[in-house]
Design a protein around this ligand. Sequence first.
Ligand code: ADP
Ligand code: MG
Length: 351
Amino acid sequence: MSFLTLTHLEKTFGQNRVVKDFSLDIDRGEFISLLGPSGCGKTTVLRMIAGFEQPTAGGITIDGKDVTALAANSRNIGMMFQAYALFPNMTVADNVAFGLKVKGAPKAEREARVAEMLALIGLADLGGRYPFQLSGGQQQRVALARALAPRPSVLLLDEPLSALDAKVRVSLRNQIRQIQQDLGITTIFVTHDQEEAMSISDRIVVMNGGVADQVGAPFEIYNRPTTKFVANFVGTLNTFEVEVADAASGRVMLAGQGLTLPNAPLAARTGEKLSVALRPEALRLGRLPDAEALLTAQVTDVHFMGSVIRVKADLAGAAVSLDTFNRPDTPPPVVGSAVEVSLSGRDFILL
Ligand code: ADP
Ligand code: MG
């Protein structure tokens, strides 16, 4: 049985329906990300779970109990926001102790728990500091400790990393995931950053205009997007028009080459055009023995990014992005040159 359930949640502000028929079953200990562009309703879903916003319709249960009508402070939820949410006039230790104090925990218990939480986030020595004496990343770790101190049954994180710089972001997201797994706490993480969501989630909910477009493991969302929106929002997409040579067997033609698509029979009819897509890593540089087709591309741009090289090229009438791994003995392709590109029908995403 799922631990946290959202059933047909709706939220309307005036005439604006910002969350529409949102249902989701979350397992105990699961790490779920709500991923979507700004304004798609992520924060509103989180605030309804926390009890800061009353749903216009629908229900929320936690551990089998209907909490839809419960006040926020009766839901036993820990929450962490984007940034600068610490109490500036309180020490780190007092910030972390805050929720415990509100609950009426005795002093000795508070002190023990604060020490435990500060050790957990790797800031055992900084309990006496004030927030302004900490870096942004340290402040967010304190905010995490403060959210976790009262032992909430659910942890809600609303873009907790978006104010931090790139390196700190990556290190803190890994730390959040590690702590979440160590504690086994059911967590919902809101982000507009697809790489962030993919790297730390058990499952991702891709949201679009207040609706959950697709729910799935990162691998599934990336490789088998079920809507055009998801395909475009998560990762880079190269789209092509192919001609259906035989709908029953999934046979199509691209620039004079035959390819067999997955999911035959195709929805289009034989002789019709079909819109399909490939991820950049499915366009493989060079002549590979396991490929179904070999095409020539004209290189228009090269971005050396370290472990990966992204090549922009014209291929079969489309401007494409192609990713290849760096190899120290092989210089990147040169702009203006022609390169061979290997591809296979099984890698295509049908849109
Ligand atoms: P996200 O977190 O995905 O960026 P939000 O949930 O914050 O999106 O907002 C979704 C939509 O709801 C936006 O159009 C926003 O302007 C609107 N909205 C959010 N909160 C309120 C509110 N309290 N009153 C009116 N409109 C709101
Ligand atoms: Mg938001």
